[in-house]
Design a protein around this ligand. Structure first.
Ligand SMILES: [Zn+2]
Length: 195
């Protein structure tokens, strides 16, 4: 099941949630999850990944950057030599982009439609992407990283060792949150969820 569908099923609105009608107080992300029997504390980072992925939640993205930065700094402790602070920013941005869009970034040439119009106004298949997505490869990861820290490819390869670990950390956290939701969906047939 898609992440959007899962979050929707549980009526989880994320951190950005801001009901405009008066009366009811704002529910925190933690409270929204608790209402449907899910636990924020099991994987805060995983929930943030899902909120960014499924709800394009900008507040969650900010928080996710902060958390990922802590992990990146921890991983960089064993780094030999000097690195600029921007390297941490580049690592976090690239890892988050991939973890929250695992099927790839939306293609900028066809805007994700996989169809482009040629000069004779014929609709044809976009040559830039796969089904509207730019899939992740070493090349596209390097390109993304270089937008923040424009280094040589050989230098990037060193950073990539840390990048891979950071990615795994995000994906593992995401998996915990997804599994919690799937488990809860299975339970649903015993009608304990009033959603
Ligand atoms: Zn395309």
């Amino acid at each position: 099941m898609r992440v959007e569908t899962l979050l929707n099923k549980f009526s989880i609105k994320g951190i950005n949630y801001n009901p405009n009608s008066g009366g009811k107080g704002l529910l925190s992300a933690e409270e929204q999850l608790a209402l449907v029997g899910l636990c924020w504390q099991k994987s805060p980072v995983g929930w943030l990944v899902l909120f960014v992925e499924g709800l394009r939640d900008t507040k969650a993205l900010k928080q996710l950057h902060l958390e990922t930065r802590k992990e990146a700094l921890r991983l960089m402790k064993s780094w030999r030599g000097v690195y600029p602070d921007k390297a941490i920013t580049a690592l976090c941005a690239t890892a988050i982009a991939e973890a929250t869009q695992q099927s790839g970034q939306v293609c900028p040439e066809c805007n994700g439609s996989a169809i482009v119009v040629d000069k004779h106004r014929n609709r044809c298949k976009c040559q830039c992407c796969k089904a509207g997505r730019i899939v992740w490869t070493q090349e596209t990861r390097f390109a993304y990283f270089s937008q923040v820290l424009s280094v040589t490819y050989s230098r990037f390869k060193r950073y990539n060792v840390v990048l891979s670990k950071l990615m795994c950390w995000l994906i593992d956290n995401r998996t915990v949150a997804v599994m919690a939701m799937e488990k809860q969906v299975e339970k649903e047939c015993t009608c304990c969820l009033n959603i």
